[in-house]
Unconditional design. Structure first.
Length: 634
């Protein structure tokens, strides 16, 4: 503005501009010599230098726009070329860069040329039409809004992802969890390195894990796994699931689609886990409060799930429940996994390390499996990880000792006894465009949350040629003194950690996250655990064929029948049930038998242990042995 006003007269540009630059230079040298203190002089002089350059550039623009009508085209072209050049220095072009950087610059360039042309006309003719200017401005703004609305409509998913990446997501969101439209939560199916980690202390679910140390009532907690991230997208620095991963040992059923009390199993995952030592079967019950109906969590490696009912007194707190079975390594106890200095935990861990020092080499591991889980990105951005891995692993002889060098690296302290690495929900993003966020965390800021630690550990392990992957789910913390085996899971316990493959021992958990103490403290007293329902003896599912509200009997054309955990599917048999003592539910509301109708689909359940004395492989002989009608409880 000053440049435009000054050069609207006959003031000569070269002389005045030279005086301006000379004056700035003298002031700069004066500040540099007079300011007290080395740091004051440096910062003051640099601040003034930036101001001087920008002010001089503004004067140059003011002169050009005042004297030459075509100068706006030159300035617009300069801005556009400069934008293309700077964007090219930040890596590959992406849709996000085009939308958020290039498009606004293009619109500004159009605006600059348009307004400059209008002002030039006014100068020549001294005729100015407000109506004409306003019409053109309205048309221009309309075009901008139309283009913007079109881009947002077609690119809303990508825009939302970019906003979330830079910390602009909803305050209720968590980088480890996604919030569904119905308000429920589940683990994200990819894991990026966001600017902020939104934490919440809200209860998500509780679980009973039937796992205790041998010959004791001392609980043995286990981390709960949703799924695994085995791929790393170097362009977006995102860890992702891979449905084509070799030897797939990921069991991910949808409990919401399985009939009540039916069991869905996949024992192929147990073969794919390539483990044979120190295995034990563990059963778990999960009661969901905010966890999505279709979400599935269990200790690794899970192979079976069974939806179960929630007792009436707890249906206001828990919406859905299931049982699951896993074949778990005894070396995967949470006490073997916690990154803690607790002496008891350290004692457990030393036992684990001593056992793993006897593990065989990877010589007989399937080559396709080994190559896949040791893949390391070739980009120059990650060369420092390879260098550090070589340095850490050069003195370690066994796989477990190489892993421990990574753990000890994260736990190192400076000469003042302070931790070098720390936990932070706000690690920020690199100051340089295109810089690697994970490299910045590892070698510069050294602060972040579990995503950063797990991702960095994965790169170091794979640089050491150790098969590894990231597991995501929930960290399990034993806080209960009264209800042994029960665990409460809050949003801030959503977690990511590392799994390492050892021949014969299979995939074992390791957690290198430093200082995540808040997640181990319950934000509120753990509640009364829900009453566990007895195991169903008889379950008959199908349409109501006949209904007698006086005798309170129902004839069901059952297409699905369960007896003592044995399932009979697609049977099309008539089953008579006595509902005299039964509680009848529609969703979570109790109703009367008179509110039922023929052709309603019902699930009839009996918990009577006296019915468990019969045996038959076929459904027809079994139904002939069972009472007619069968007295049901629900």
């Amino acid at each position: 503005l000053i440049g435009n006003l000054i050069f609207s007269g006959r003031l000569r540009f070269v002389t005045s501009f030279a005086l301006l630059v000379g004056s700035f230079f003298l002031i700069y040298r004066f500040i540099d010599n007079v300011a007290l203190g080395e740091f004051d002089a440096f910062f003051l002089s640099k601040q003034f230098l930036v101001f001087a350059i920008l002010f001089s550039f503004g004067m140059l623009l003011g002169w050009g726009l005042q004297r030459y009508s075509s100068f706006a085209i030159f300035v617009a072209s300069f801005f556009f070329i400069l934008a293309i050049y700077l964007l090219s220095k930040t890596g590959e072009f992406t849709m996000a860069k085009i939308i958020f950087v290039l498009l606004p610059i293009i619109l500004y360039c159009i605006y600059l040329i348009f307004t400059s042309n209008e002002l030039a006309k006014f100068k020549e003719t001294r005729q100015f039409s407000w109506s004409s200017l306003l019409k053109r401005l309205v048309l221009f703004l309309g075009l901008v809004l139309l283009v913007g609305a079109t881009v947002i409509f077609f690119m809303k998913t990508e825009i939302k992802d970019v906003i979330a990446q830079y910390g602009g997501d909803n305050e209720d969101d968590n980088s480890m969890l996604k919030k569904n439209k119905d308000g429920t939560l589940e683990n994200q199916e990819s894991m990026g390195l966001a600017k902020n980690n939104k934490r919440s202390n809200e209860l998500v679910f509780c679980a009973y894990i039937d796992n205790f140390f041998d010959d004791s009532e001392f609980p043995n907690p286990l981390y709960l796994t949703s799924f695994y991230f085995t791929k790393f997208d170097t362009l977006t620095e995102t860890f992702e699931r891979d449905p084509t991963m070799p030897f797939k040992d990921e069991f991910t059923p949808n409990p919401d689609e399985i009939p009540l009390f039916s069991r869905q199993a996949n024992k192929d995952v147990l073969d794919s886990a390539l483990s044979s030592k120190f295995l034990t079967e563990v059963e778990i019950e999960v009661y969901k409060k905010k966890l999505a109906k279709d979400a599935f969590l269990a200790p690794s490696t899970a192979y079976e799930v069974q939806p179960i009912t929630v007792e009436k007194d707890f249906q206001d707190d828990y919406l859905f429940a299931y049982r699951a079975k896993s074949l778990v390594s005894k070396l995967n106890s949470a006490y073997f996994i916690y990154n803690s200095d607790d002496p008891m935990i350290a004692g457990f861990q030393e036992q684990r390390f001593a056992e793993l020092r006897t593990a065989a080499s990877y010589q007989n591991t399937p080559q396709r499996f080994y190559d896949y889980y040791t893949f390391f990105p070739s980009s120059y951005k990650y060369e420092d990880f390879q260098t550090l891995a070589d340095s850490l692993g050069k003195t370690a002889e066994t796989t477990i000792d190489k892993i421990l060098t990574i753990r000890d690296y994260f736990k190192q302290k400076n000469p003042l006894g302070e931790a070098v690495y720390s936990y932070s929900d706000n690690p920020g993003i690199p100051g340089l465009p295109g810089a690697s966020k994970i490299t910045t965390f590892m070698f510069e800021t050294k602060k972040g949350w579990c995503t950063y630690y797990a991702g960095s550990s994965l790169l170091l392990l794979r640089a050491m040629k150790i098969p590894s992957r990231i597991a995501v789910g929930f960290m399990t913390v034993d806080r209960s003194d009264n209800n042994k085996g029960w665990y409460w899971f809050y949003q801030d316990q959503a977690h990511a950690w590392i799994q390492v493959y050892f021949p014969e021992y299979g995939w074992l958990d390791f957690d290198f996250t430093i200082g995540n103490d808040e997640a181990q403290q319950s934000p509120q007293p753990d509640q009364t655990p829900p009453m566990q329902p007895p195991k169903a003896v008889v379950v008959a599912s199908g349409e109501i064929k006949n209904l007698d509200t006086t005798e309170q009997t129902i004839t069901v054309r059952a297409n699905h029948f369960i007896y003592k955990d044995q399932e009979y599917k697609n049977i099309n048999e008539l089953v008579a049930v006595d509902a005299t003592q039964a509680k009848i539910w529609r969703d979570s509301n109790q109703i009367t038998i008179g509110q039922l109708q023929e052709k309603d689909f019902v699930v009839s359940v009996s918990y009577d242990a006296n019915l468990a004395k019969f045996n038959a492989d076929e459904i027809k002989p079994l139904l002939q042995q069972l009472p007619n009608p069968i007295v049901v409880d629900e």
